[in-house]
Design a protein around this ligand. Structure first.
Ligand SMILES: [Zn+2]
Ligand SMILES: [Zn+2]
Length: 429
């Protein structure tokens, strides 16, 4: 008889020890949904740029403390870390939300529209949550409330990471990525796995997107300086022309993607965005400087592309009697979803959104600093739908634009899936 009363998840082989908490999560998520939307609107109306998220951080810290969660403030400048101890010992699962807004002037006509302005690089601009990080904060505050309500039953601990400055590497007062600094300050040391989400204004509400392995690109800056020998434009044979050499290098770089990269596995991008050389029609200059961006997926491909850029630039220059100096500055690593963890958590995604509402995303050539956490411990970063049902993604304003808009009815799935991640993972280990 005993066998008959075993919960379905055990019989079906989905041995998620704590997935029996899912119904309680669903109920609590429904209860707090409107509160989460209120939080989001308040944060939306009061956006703060990277490393200046003082008001946002205080709101988070106050809320976590009210739930009995241990709080550390000023982590990585303005970050907030909450630690929820479960009733029983077990692994520590980290959940992350980024908090920063962007120098964008909001054009959406909303009652909670941002009217905040600032001076940015000497220019007057509005400040707006034009990437949806306001929703990430509100959702994670909600997840904290859900999980705190069942803490006695949790067979493990939860770390809530509210991180500043995801976008902000070029902003005044920001010298590094929020995630990188969080890692340097030790937030990942006691963590077994980390989960995060990004809302998507181009994905229908109710949908979750994910990609195992490299999902978002590594971003590196490229600089190539071609040194030639200056000459009169009328007698090029008396010098070494760095402009012709630089042109050959630009063309040569295109062969990396067509001839060296295995394009059946992952895409890559090498873009030269600026070329500077010369001053007058009849003077062959001494040097040409080029700058560009490199986007790759995974360490191996990144190393290959860097190697080929250096070989092509150096050898083309040498063949012309010139010299190329190649400088590559690594910025973001690739956002790599641990394949094993991702495979384990697919049933969780399906349970949260329904099998028909899960999709495998194509690789994205943009970057996300969640990658820094994933270099420390296995991590999974998913996309959450925030576009109204039936919307046309090609006609919906994209992230980082003044018309960026989110359908808040998508948040509840975020509450549920992030909470499911915790109870499913800690039950699994
Ligand atoms: Zn963004
Ligand atoms: Zn973002």
């Amino acid at each position: 008889m005993k066998k008959l009363i075993l919960p379905l998840f055990l019989i079906s082989g989905l041995s998620f020890g704590q997935s029996n908490l899912r119904p309680a999560i669903d109920q609590k998520a429904t209860e707090i949904e409107s509160k989460v939307i209120e939080w989001r609107r308040d944060i939306h109306q009061n956006p703060e740029l990277g490393n200046q998220e003082f008001r946002t951080a205080k709101k988070i810290a106050d809320h976590l403390r009210s739930l009995g969660i241990e709080v550390t403030e000023k982590v990585a400048v303005t970050g907030v870390v909450g630690y929820l101890k479960g009733g029983k010992p077990g692994p520590t699962v980290a959940l992350r939300a980024d908090m920063d807004a962007l120098p964008v002037t909001e054009r959406v006509d909303l009652p909670f529209k941002s009217t905040v302005t600032t001076t940015y690089n000497g220019q007057e601009t509005g400040v707006m949550h034009a990437c949806g990080h306001d929703s990430h904060v509100a959702i994670l505050m909600g997840v904290a409330e859900i999980l705190a309500s069942m803490k006695d039953e949790l067979e493990g601990d939860v770390k809530f990471i509210f991180q500043p400055a995801e976008e902000a590497i070029n902003e005044p007062g920001v010298t590094t990525w929020g995630a990188k600094q969080m890692v340097e300050e030790g937030v990942m040391e006691d963590v077994d796995a980390i989960f995060g989400l990004h809302i998507s204004a181009q994905t229908e509400v109710g949908t979750i997107g994910y990609r195992p392995g490299p999902a978002q690109a590594a971003v590196d800056n490229l600089e190539i300086i071609v040194h030639g020998t200056q000459a009169h434009g009328a007698s090029p044979w008396s010098g070494v022309d760095p402009i012709v050499t630089a042109s050959q290098i630009v063309t040569g770089l295109q062969t990396i993607l067509s001839r060296s990269v295995n394009i059946t596995q992952n895409p890559a991008v090498v873009t030269i965005g600026a070329i500077h050389g010369g001053i007058r029609q009849n003077i062959i200059p001494e040097k040409v400087e080029m700058i560009g961006t490199i986007r790759t997926f995974g360490d191996e491909q990144q190393a290959l592309v860097h190697k080929r850029i250096t070989e092509i630039a150096t050898n083309i220059a040498e063949s012309a009697g010139a010299r190329a100096e190649v400088n590559i500055q690594k910025l973001y690593p690739s956002t790599v979803n641990d394949p094993e963890l991702t495979a384990k958590m697919v049933p969780t995604l399906e349970a949260a959104a329904g099998k028909d509402h899960i999709r495998v995303n194509p690789p994205v050539t943009g970057a996300e600093d969640f990658s820094f956490y994933q270099r420390e411990k296995p991590g999974l970063f998913i996309g959450l739908g925030g576009m109204k049902k039936g919307g046309d993604p090609t006609k919906t304003p994209s992230h980082h634009t003044p018309d960026f808009y989110l359908d808040e009815s998508g948040f509840i799935l975020g509450l549920r899936v992030m909470s499911y991640f915790v109870v499913d993972y800690i039950g699994m280990k």
